[in-house]
Design a protein around this ligand. Structure first.
Ligand SMILES: [Zn+2]
Length: 59
C-alpha cells in the first residue's frame, strides 16, 4: 500500500499515513484536526535528498 504524506493546515504538523486510494483523509495525529492537505511530492523529495556524487568511484 502506498504511503501518503499529509500536512495539517491547523498546526502545521506533517505526518505519513498508509492508506488505500479510496480512503478518506486522515485526522492530524497531533491536534486531531481534519483540515489536512496531501503532499504528493514525498517520493520526489526522498530520491532527491541524496547528496552523494553520481560518478562511480575510481579506485
Ligand atoms: Zn494538526
Amino acid at each position: 500500500m502506498p504511503i501518503y504524506e499529509y500536512r495539517c493546515k491547523r498546526c502545521g504538523n506533517e505526518f505519513e499515513v498508509i492508506q488505500k486510494a479510496d480512503d478518506k483523509e486522515p485526522l492530524c495525529p497531533k491536534c486531531a484536526g481534519k483540515d489536512v492537505e496531501k503532499n504528493l511530492s514525498i517520493t520526489h523529495t526522498r530520491q532527491g535528498s541524496c547528496g552523494a556524487p553520481r560518478k562511480s568511484p575510481i579506485s
